[in-house]
Design a protein around this ligand. Structure first.
Ligand SMILES: Cc1cc2nc3c(=O)[nH]c(=O)nc-3n(C[C@H](O)[C@H](O)[C@H](O)COP(=O)(O)OP(=O)(O)OC[C@H]3O[C@@H](n4cnc5c(N)ncnc54)[C@H](O)[C@@H]3O)c2cc1C
Length: 305
């Protein structure tokens, strides 16, 4: 492997690169040490160029959307973070379908759907992620999920091929898909919606927004629900019943407003959050027998617990 600065400098001649970029600037947790490099490609060709370059120079890479489901370690990431966000936000409506680039925010796509009288995406209007992250996670809320509206995605394979994959082949399940396993990068998606009543669409979006404001700790940085919903239970209720409301490690806390959220009280480290997650898991298992599984993705090194 060659000198770190050398490969970053070389790649920087072709694509916009931020060097030693603090990941806390790119995660909704507002936590995370530096990535060696953060690439901001502007076109699918540049994405392919970055991937090809990383393979050629034996550098690991990680694809980032809005970082709203991500905990990055305090030491950061030894490799390249490829961010598909602001430069990939084109949204086109064609009849009842919306063709969208992977960096577009769900809120913007849901707003476009409403403005063009299309229904089906109201559930996603308050999820602070990109289309790419939402497809990978099969994001869902209030009875809706991406699986219900996704027609197909365009992906870049590890080998540099661009493929159009029908939604049925993505194995979309509860907060999972086959995309990470296959090492695919989502470049865009086509959503299949239906003609609806604009007033009703807006009313539903407003209703869901109100529910989020009332129930979720939106005033503090977090990554949303920390744990997946265990079959037959609610993670937040199990955590509350285990007496862990407000449980704190350093600057990380089980939200007092919604026990399913871990919040950053202002100066939390990734180590604080991870310790807290592990302790919550341990105590909930001890008290209820239920095994909680983190929904939040980890990037960088975290101790096994
Ligand atoms: C306040 C709050 C509320 C939330 N509410 C909800 C909710 O109601 N429902 C819900 O499901 N989630 C919720 N979340 C979690 C999060 O917003 C979703 O999981 C979202 O889909 C993540 O999108 P992202 O762009 O931020 O992805 P990131 O967090 O950046 O990435 C998530 C995963 O997707 C991968 N990824 C991202 N983009 C691509 C791409 N283009 N190609 C390949 N892989 C990619 C990443 O590598 C990572 O594995 C909430 C989060 C917060 C902070």
């Amino acid at each position: 492997m060659q000198n770190k600065n050398e490969w970053i400098r070389k790649l920087g001649e072709q694509v916009e690169i931020l060097v030693a970029e603090p990941m806390k600037n790119h995660t909704t947790f507002r936590i995370g040490g530096p990535a060696d490099a953060l690439a901001l490609p502007k076109t699918p060709e540049e994405v392919a160029e970055v991937v090809h370059f990383c393979h050629e120079h034996a550098q690991p890479y990680y694809v980032l959307g809005n970082g709203s489901n991500l905990l990055v370690s305090d030491e950061g990431y030894r490799g390249l973070v490829l961010q598909l966000y602001r430069n990939f936000n084109d949204i086109q409506v064609n009849g009842e379908t919306i063709t969208v680039q992977s960096g577009a925010m769900l809120a913007a796509v849901a707003r476009t759907a409403y403005q063009t009288g299309l229904t089906g995406l109201e559930f996603a209007s308050g999820i602070p992620g990109t289309i790419g992250g939402a497809v990978v996670m099969n994001a869902g809320a209030y009875g809706g999920e991406m699986k219900n509206v996704l027609k197909e995605v365009t992906v870049l394979t590890k080998e540099g091929e661009v493929l159009v994959i029908p939604a049925k082949a993505l194995e979309l399940g509860y907060r999972t898909s086959v995309i990470p396993k296959n090492g695919w990068i989502v470049l865009g998606a086509v959503l299949q919606l239906k003609k609806g009543d604009q007033e009703q669409i807006l009313a539903r979006m407003e209703e869901l927004k109100e529910q989020r404001i009332t129930k979720q700790p939106l005033d503090l940085p977090s990554a949303g629900s920390t744990f997946k919903r265990p079959e037959g239970y609610f993670a937040g209720k199990l955590i509350m019943d285990a007496g862990l409301r407000g449980f704190t490690v350093g600057g990380a806390q089980v939200s007092e407003k919604h026990c399913g959220f871990v919040v950053n009280r202002g100066n939390a480290t990734a180590a604080d959050v991870w310790k807290l997650i592990c302790e919550v898991k341990r105590r909930v298992k001890e008290m209820t027998g239920v095994e909680l599984e983190p929904e939040v993705k980890l990037l960088g090194d975290f101790p096994q617990r």
